[in-house]
Design a protein around this ligand. Structure first.
Ligand SMILES: *[C@@H]1O[C@H](CO)[C@@H](O)[C@H](O)[C@H]1NC(C)=O
Ligand SMILES: *[C@@H]1O[C@H](CO)[C@@H](O)[C@H](O)[C@H]1NC(C)=O
Ligand SMILES: *[C@@H]1O[C@H](CO)[C@@H](O)[C@H](O)[C@H]1NC(C)=O
Ligand SMILES: *[C@@H]1O[C@H](CO)[C@@H](O)[C@H](O)[C@H]1NC(C)=O
Length: 484
């Protein structure tokens, strides 16, 4: 994702309301609530002596929570400002299960930063591990608050966690690390595997594009590379990206194509390019039109997101999310979207060195991701969790960082259709611009509805098992063995 992952969140609970994504229309109606609540959170959960705290923002939506013992859905906000509880498919699920919906902003993002300066030294408490602990503390705090309101004690509502993309990974990891705090998890397009050289990402773009569109994209990359070496200024000008250095520019151009597949709008990209090819038009011009009209226009991406000069800015601002996410990339998860050795779409200059140099340039010497440690901590694709539903969109390049094998306790579903991308189960098709209530009518197959039915079945089962026996009690034969 480089940045893209970020974008994702925007939609989901402000899923990656990425710093770069702004819905052009209907912002108000896209949320169930935007009323802010606050609570005091610990800055460092792993120090026994550091008691410093910061204010963390959260939201609650109680309209469907008719029965005080009813479920609580925790919608995890990921790597972006969390501006409310967005009105996607979770609305439908909450209505169906009579659930309260609560959402906690991820530490450091939006208004939940412990520090005003985001200098590298101050970012050391920014990690998924700390953020999961935040969720655990919040879950307990919120349960206690609910109980106090109702003047009851020792009541524990059944909780269920939800997330898409990075927050999808967090949703799975939360169930893994704090199984006693939730009855189950939906991990939509969850990027649970930290990957150093994520070459499958570019390969998937080729598969999603199809041979013809892929070939045109490759031709464009070659033409742009040639123009960069002969007259760099004018080709950057064409894309309105004169402020970017060559590496950042090539990364930006690659990302612009990715977004079409990731968010379920493949034809917006491929149709005009294939037409241009057929008519013998200038391909770079045609691509520049797509980038400016769709990626920067309709979709709302911003070029500065790709500018390392921008990423270096340490003053907390509305655009800090880019820097923050890169810090997580550069320290924990990598997902470096490098060009594969053969048949790549993106320029071969977007390589491992480019990413490592970015980490060093933006954050300083010694900042690079130790993905092995991350995968040891969580298990990567071998995550040993339970009661987690994993879903993947067939066109989504991120799916290769998701879980690979299905089991009874961790079922997985691939949602297959021409425009099924990142988080299609929660957001429908296409995901950008956002459809209210994750409308699935425009998905090119009924795969989304079918997977949603499975999701409902699992939530139903796990919530009822949880009410009977508590969140962490499993098969009876296991219990039998324990007591014998
Ligand atoms: C709360 O419950 C306790 C025990 O049932 C009762 O004594 C007390 O009066 C209640 N307080 C309120 C404010 O309802
Ligand atoms: C990543 O790719 C680079 C360049 O091809 C290579 O030198 C390096 O060994 C790779 N690292 C891993 C962990 O695969
Ligand atoms: C490189 O990619 C092309 C096109 O997909 C394929 O035909 C060829 O076999 C690949 N070569 C290698 C060495 O993988
Ligand atoms: C996600 O996609 C990968 C790659 O196609 C696949 O191996 C894996 O089984 C999928 N995972 C899920 C959760 O659908």
């Amino acid at each position: 994702m480089g940045l893209l992952l970020l974008l994702l969140l925007f939609f989901f609970g402000g899923f990656i309301e990425s710093r770069t994504l702004h819905f052009p229309h209907g912002a108000e109606t896209s949320y169930l609530t935007r009323e802010e609540h606050w609570f005091d959170q610990t800055i460092d959960h792993f120090s026994p002596t550091d008691r410093r705290q910061f204010r963390q923002r959260y939201y609650e939506f109680l309209d469907y929570h008719q029965d005080s013992n009813g479920p609580v859905f925790l919608k995890i906000c990921g790597e972006s400002s969390c501006n409310g509880i967005s009105n996607d498919y979770i609305t439908v699920l909450a209505k169906k299960f009579g659930a309260a919906v609560v959402s906690l902003e991820h530490r450091y993002y939006g208004k939940s930063s412990p520090f005003k300066s985001l200098a590298t030294e101050n970012l050391k408490y920014l990690s998924s591990k700390q953020a999961l602990f935040d969720l655990a503390i919040f879950r307990q705090y919120y349960q206690d608050t609910m109980n106090a309101k109702l003047n009851v004690s020792k009541v524990d509502n059944p909780w269920f966690v939800f997330g898409v993309s990075y927050s999808g990974a967090m949703s799975a990891w939360f169930r893994l690390k704090f199984p006693h705090l939730t009855c189950g998890s939906l991990a939509s397009s969850a990027v649970v595997l930290a990957v150093y050289n994520f070459t499958d990402f570019d390969k998937q773009i080729g598969v999603s594009a199809g041979e013809d569109c892929k070939a045109v994209l490759q031709e464009i990359t070659k033409l742009v590379e040639e123009q960069l070496s002969s007259d760099g200024a004018s080709v950057k000008q064409l894309f309105g990206a004169t402020m970017l250095n060559d590496g950042d520019f090539l990364y930006f151009l690659a990302d612009a194509a990715v977004i079409a597949f990731q968010y379920g709008n493949p034809d917006v990209l491929c149709s005009p390019l294939l037409d241009a090819k057929k008519n013998g038009d200038n391909l770079v011009d045609a691509y520049a039109r797509y980038v400016k009209d769709y990626y920067l226009g309709t979709f709302g991406a911003s070029i500065q997101t790709y500018d390392q000069q921008h990423l270096k800015k340490t003053a907390l601002s509305e655009d800090s999310g880019d820097r923050l996410w890169w810090y997580q990339v550069c320290t924990e998860v990598a997902y470096f979207q490098v060009a594969p050795a053969n048949d790549s779409i993106r320029s071969s200059k977007v390589d491992t060195r480019y990413h490592l140099d970015l980490c060093k340039n933006v954050f300083g010497e010694g900042i690079y991701p130790d993905v092995d440690v991350t995968n040891i901590y969580y298990g990567g694709t071998k995550i040993a969790g339970s009661r987690i539903i994993f879903t993947n969109g067939s066109q989504d390049p991120w799916r290769h960082a998701s879980v690979q094998t299905s089991s009874k306790d961790m079922p997985l579903y691939i949602i297959k259709c021409h425009n099924c991308g990142h988080g299609s189960d929660m957001r429908g098709c296409p995901q950008a611009p956002l459809n209210l209530e994750g409308n699935a009518e425009k998905c090119t197959s009924d795969a989304v509805q079918k997977v949603r039915q499975q999701i409902i079945n699992h939530i139903d089962l796990w919530l009822s098992q949880c009410q009977d026996t508590g969140p962490d009690v499993d098969e009876p034969d296991w219990l039998g063995r324990m007591v014998m």
